[in-house]
Ligand binder design. Sequence first.
Ligand code: HEC
Ligand code: HEC
Length: 182
Amino acid sequence: MKKPFIILSVLAIVTIISVPVVFSDDDRRHYRQRSLGVAPVSSPLYKAECSSCHMAYPAGLLPSASWRKLMNGLSSHFGDNAEIDEKERKLITEYLITNSAEYSEYRRSQKIMKSLKDNEVPLRISETPYIVKEHDELPEKMVKYNNKVNSLANCNACHLEAEKGIFDEHKINIPGFGRWHD
Ligand code: HEC
Ligand code: HEC
Protein backbone atom coordinates (compact mmCIF):
# COMPACT_ATOMS: atom_id res chain seq x y z
CA MET A 1 0.00 0.00 0.00
CA LYS A 2 1.13 3.55 -0.66
CA LYS A 3 1.80 5.83 2.29
CA PRO A 4 -1.14 8.23 1.77
CA PHE A 5 -3.52 5.27 1.72
CA ILE A 6 -2.16 3.96 5.00
CA ILE A 7 -2.54 7.37 6.60
CA LEU A 8 -6.06 7.72 5.25
CA SER A 9 -7.08 4.27 6.46
CA VAL A 10 -5.72 4.93 9.92
CA LEU A 11 -7.56 8.26 10.03
CA ALA A 12 -10.79 6.62 8.93
CA ILE A 13 -10.53 3.91 11.56
CA VAL A 14 -9.71 6.40 14.32
CA THR A 15 -12.72 8.52 13.28
CA ILE A 16 -15.10 5.57 13.24
CA ILE A 17 -13.96 4.44 16.67
CA SER A 18 -13.95 7.87 18.30
CA VAL A 19 -17.28 9.30 17.10
CA PRO A 20 -19.47 7.31 19.48
CA VAL A 21 -16.96 7.88 22.27
CA VAL A 22 -16.70 11.65 21.82
CA PHE A 23 -20.46 12.11 21.43
CA SER A 24 -21.91 9.63 23.89
CA ASP A 25 -25.58 9.58 24.86
CA ASP A 26 -24.62 11.43 28.01
CA ASP A 27 -23.03 14.27 26.05
CA ARG A 28 -26.06 14.56 23.84
CA ARG A 29 -28.37 14.59 26.86
CA HIS A 30 -26.29 17.21 28.62
CA TYR A 31 -26.15 19.33 25.53
CA ARG A 32 -29.92 19.12 25.19
CA GLN A 33 -30.45 20.02 28.83
CA ARG A 34 -28.17 23.01 28.59
CA SER A 35 -29.55 24.34 25.36
CA LEU A 36 -33.23 23.70 25.90
CA GLY A 37 -33.73 23.94 29.63
CA VAL A 38 -37.25 22.50 29.56
CA ALA A 39 -38.71 19.82 27.33
CA PRO A 40 -40.96 21.45 24.72
CA VAL A 41 -44.65 20.52 24.55
CA SER A 42 -45.10 17.26 22.66
CA SER A 43 -48.87 16.72 22.93
CA PRO A 44 -50.94 18.22 20.09
CA LEU A 45 -54.11 17.69 22.16
CA TYR A 46 -52.72 19.65 25.12
CA LYS A 47 -51.50 22.37 22.79
CA ALA A 48 -54.88 22.62 21.09
CA GLU A 49 -56.92 22.73 24.31
CA CYS A 50 -54.72 24.87 26.53
CA SER A 51 -53.20 27.56 24.31
CA SER A 52 -56.15 29.81 23.46
CA CYS A 53 -55.66 32.23 26.37
CA HIS A 54 -51.91 31.82 26.95
CA MET A 55 -49.08 29.65 25.64
CA ALA A 56 -49.30 25.93 26.39
CA TYR A 57 -46.81 25.91 29.27
CA PRO A 58 -44.21 23.12 29.05
CA ALA A 59 -45.24 20.36 31.48
CA GLY A 60 -41.73 20.36 33.01
CA LEU A 61 -42.37 23.77 34.60
CA LEU A 62 -44.58 22.37 37.40
CA PRO A 63 -44.62 19.26 39.60
CA SER A 64 -47.30 16.62 38.96
CA ALA A 65 -49.33 17.57 42.04
CA SER A 66 -49.72 21.08 40.62
CA TRP A 67 -50.98 19.81 37.28
CA ARG A 68 -53.39 17.48 39.01
CA LYS A 69 -54.79 20.33 41.09
CA LEU A 70 -55.02 22.68 38.10
CA MET A 71 -56.74 20.07 35.95
CA ASN A 72 -59.23 19.34 38.75
CA GLY A 73 -60.27 22.96 39.01
CA LEU A 74 -60.73 24.14 35.44
CA SER A 75 -64.19 25.62 36.06
CA SER A 76 -62.60 28.34 38.13
CA HIS A 77 -59.23 28.83 36.52
CA PHE A 78 -57.64 32.14 37.59
CA GLY A 79 -60.98 33.89 37.14
CA ASP A 80 -61.84 32.11 33.88
CA ASN A 81 -63.82 29.02 33.03
CA ALA A 82 -61.41 26.69 31.19
CA GLU A 83 -63.48 23.50 31.38
CA ILE A 84 -63.03 20.91 28.63
CA ASP A 85 -64.48 17.50 27.75
CA GLU A 86 -63.95 14.88 30.44
CA LYS A 87 -62.20 12.47 28.06
CA GLU A 88 -59.74 15.12 26.94
CA ARG A 89 -59.25 16.40 30.46
CA LYS A 90 -58.10 12.93 31.50
CA LEU A 91 -55.74 12.52 28.55
CA ILE A 92 -54.19 15.95 29.08
CA THR A 93 -53.82 15.39 32.84
CA GLU A 94 -52.02 12.13 32.12
CA TYR A 95 -49.70 13.84 29.64
CA LEU A 96 -48.90 16.69 32.04
CA ILE A 97 -48.20 14.36 34.95
CA THR A 98 -45.97 12.02 32.93
CA ASN A 99 -43.92 14.99 31.71
CA SER A 100 -44.01 17.05 34.91
CA ALA A 101 -40.95 18.62 36.52
CA GLU A 102 -40.12 15.79 38.93
CA TYR A 103 -39.88 13.23 36.12
CA SER A 104 -37.80 15.43 33.83
CA GLU A 105 -34.04 15.40 33.42
CA TYR A 106 -34.02 18.89 31.99
CA ARG A 107 -32.09 21.52 33.91
CA ARG A 108 -34.85 24.08 34.56
CA SER A 109 -37.29 21.41 35.67
CA GLN A 110 -34.84 20.18 38.24
CA LYS A 111 -34.17 23.71 39.46
CA ILE A 112 -37.89 24.34 39.89
CA MET A 113 -38.28 21.09 41.87
CA LYS A 114 -35.28 21.90 44.04
CA SER A 115 -36.69 25.34 44.88
CA LEU A 116 -39.99 23.95 46.22
CA LYS A 117 -40.56 22.92 49.81
CA ASP A 118 -41.77 19.37 50.48
CA ASN A 119 -45.50 19.15 49.78
CA GLU A 120 -45.60 22.61 48.24
CA VAL A 121 -48.15 22.58 45.41
CA PRO A 122 -47.91 25.87 43.49
CA LEU A 123 -50.71 26.64 41.02
CA ARG A 124 -48.52 29.07 39.15
CA ILE A 125 -45.14 28.57 37.48
CA SER A 126 -44.64 32.30 38.00
CA GLU A 127 -44.87 31.82 41.77
CA THR A 128 -42.38 28.97 42.15
CA PRO A 129 -39.34 30.19 44.12
CA TYR A 130 -36.89 29.47 41.27
CA ILE A 131 -38.89 31.48 38.71
CA VAL A 132 -39.52 34.30 41.19
CA LYS A 133 -35.82 34.52 41.95
CA GLU A 134 -34.80 34.58 38.29
CA HIS A 135 -37.02 37.65 37.75
CA ASP A 136 -36.53 39.58 40.95
CA GLU A 137 -34.38 42.22 39.26
CA LEU A 138 -37.08 43.13 36.76
CA PRO A 139 -38.83 46.40 37.65
CA GLU A 140 -42.66 46.42 37.59
CA LYS A 141 -42.68 48.82 34.66
CA MET A 142 -41.27 46.01 32.50
CA VAL A 143 -43.80 43.42 33.66
CA LYS A 144 -46.98 44.36 35.53
CA TYR A 145 -47.26 47.91 34.20
CA ASN A 146 -46.08 46.97 30.71
CA ASN A 147 -49.31 46.66 28.72
CA LYS A 148 -47.65 44.29 26.25
CA VAL A 149 -46.80 41.91 29.10
CA ASN A 150 -49.10 42.53 32.13
CA SER A 151 -48.08 39.42 34.01
CA LEU A 152 -45.04 37.27 34.64
CA ALA A 153 -47.28 34.39 33.50
CA ASN A 154 -46.95 35.70 29.95
CA CYS A 155 -43.56 33.96 29.46
CA ASN A 156 -43.57 34.10 25.68
CA ALA A 157 -44.04 37.89 25.62
CA CYS A 158 -40.35 38.14 26.61
CA HIS A 159 -38.83 34.70 26.07
CA LEU A 160 -38.76 34.51 22.28
CA GLU A 161 -38.32 30.73 22.21
CA ALA A 162 -40.42 29.80 25.25
CA GLU A 163 -42.53 27.44 23.16
CA LYS A 164 -39.40 25.46 22.34
CA GLY A 165 -38.54 25.22 26.03
CA ILE A 166 -35.68 27.71 25.66
CA PHE A 167 -35.40 30.36 28.38
CA ASP A 168 -31.76 31.39 28.28
CA GLU A 169 -30.71 34.99 28.58
CA HIS A 170 -29.78 35.41 24.91
CA LYS A 171 -33.30 34.76 23.72
CA ILE A 172 -35.09 37.52 25.66
CA ASN A 173 -36.74 40.63 24.30
CA ILE A 174 -38.88 42.71 26.68
CA PRO A 175 -41.60 44.49 24.66
CA GLY A 176 -40.98 48.24 24.78
CA PHE A 177 -37.53 47.77 26.35
CA GLY A 178 -35.70 45.58 23.87
CA ARG A 179 -33.11 42.86 24.16
CA TRP A 180 -32.02 41.85 27.62
CA HIS A 181 -28.39 42.44 28.58
CA ASP A 182 -27.49 41.30 32.05
C1 HEC B 1 -60.36 30.84 28.97
C2 HEC B 1 -58.94 31.13 29.01
C3 HEC B 1 -58.01 30.06 29.53
C4 HEC B 1 -57.88 28.76 29.07
C5 HEC B 1 -58.68 28.05 27.98
C6 HEC B 1 -56.82 28.16 29.85
N1 HEC B 1 -56.27 29.08 30.72
FE1 HEC B 1 -54.70 28.78 31.95
N2 HEC B 1 -54.85 30.71 32.59
C7 HEC B 1 -55.81 31.62 32.20
C8 HEC B 1 -55.60 32.87 32.90
C9 HEC B 1 -56.43 34.13 32.75
C10 HEC B 1 -54.45 32.69 33.71
C11 HEC B 1 -53.78 33.72 34.60
C12 HEC B 1 -52.82 34.50 33.72
C13 HEC B 1 -52.13 35.64 34.41
O1 HEC B 1 -52.10 35.73 35.63
O2 HEC B 1 -51.58 36.48 33.68
C14 HEC B 1 -54.01 31.32 33.49
C15 HEC B 1 -52.91 30.76 34.10
C16 HEC B 1 -52.49 29.45 33.95
C17 HEC B 1 -51.35 28.88 34.63
C18 HEC B 1 -50.42 29.60 35.59
C19 HEC B 1 -49.46 30.52 34.88
C20 HEC B 1 -48.48 31.15 35.83
O3 HEC B 1 -47.37 30.60 35.96
O4 HEC B 1 -48.79 32.15 36.46
C21 HEC B 1 -51.27 27.58 34.24
C22 HEC B 1 -50.22 26.56 34.66
C23 HEC B 1 -52.37 27.34 33.32
N3 HEC B 1 -53.08 28.51 33.15
C24 HEC B 1 -52.65 26.12 32.73
C25 HEC B 1 -53.71 25.91 31.85
C26 HEC B 1 -54.06 24.62 31.30
C27 HEC B 1 -53.37 23.32 31.62
C28 HEC B 1 -55.12 24.83 30.44
C29 HEC B 1 -55.87 23.80 29.62
C30 HEC B 1 -56.63 22.82 30.36
C31 HEC B 1 -55.43 26.24 30.48
N4 HEC B 1 -54.57 26.85 31.35
C32 HEC B 1 -56.43 26.84 29.73
C33 HEC B 1 -56.79 31.41 31.26
C34 HEC B 1 -56.99 30.24 30.56
C1 HEC C 1 -41.21 40.74 31.31
C2 HEC C 1 -40.50 39.74 30.57
C3 HEC C 1 -40.45 38.32 31.11
C4 HEC C 1 -41.50 37.46 31.37
C5 HEC C 1 -42.98 37.73 31.21
C6 HEC C 1 -40.91 36.23 31.83
N1 HEC C 1 -39.54 36.34 31.85
FE1 HEC C 1 -38.23 34.89 32.37
N2 HEC C 1 -36.72 36.22 32.28
C7 HEC C 1 -36.82 37.52 31.82
C8 HEC C 1 -35.52 38.19 31.96
C9 HEC C 1 -35.20 39.62 31.57
C10 HEC C 1 -34.65 37.22 32.53
C11 HEC C 1 -33.17 37.41 32.89
C12 HEC C 1 -33.14 38.00 34.27
C13 HEC C 1 -31.73 38.27 34.77
O1 HEC C 1 -30.78 37.90 34.11
O2 HEC C 1 -31.63 38.87 35.85
C14 HEC C 1 -35.43 36.01 32.70
C15 HEC C 1 -34.91 34.80 33.19
C16 HEC C 1 -35.59 33.60 33.18
C17 HEC C 1 -34.99 32.33 33.46
C18 HEC C 1 -33.53 32.08 33.81
C19 HEC C 1 -32.71 32.18 32.55
C20 HEC C 1 -31.26 31.87 32.75
O3 HEC C 1 -30.53 31.90 31.75
O4 HEC C 1 -30.82 31.60 33.86
C21 HEC C 1 -35.97 31.38 33.32
C22 HEC C 1 -35.84 29.89 33.48
C23 HEC C 1 -37.18 32.08 32.97
N3 HEC C 1 -36.91 33.43 32.88
C24 HEC C 1 -38.42 31.47 32.77
C25 HEC C 1 -39.60 32.18 32.62
C26 HEC C 1 -40.91 31.57 32.65
C27 HEC C 1 -41.18 30.09 32.77
C28 HEC C 1 -41.83 32.57 32.51
C29 HEC C 1 -43.33 32.48 32.54
C30 HEC C 1 -43.93 31.78 33.66
C31 HEC C 1 -41.07 33.83 32.38
N4 HEC C 1 -39.73 33.54 32.46
C32 HEC C 1 -41.62 35.09 32.18
C33 HEC C 1 -37.95 38.11 31.32
C34 HEC C 1 -39.23 37.59 31.43
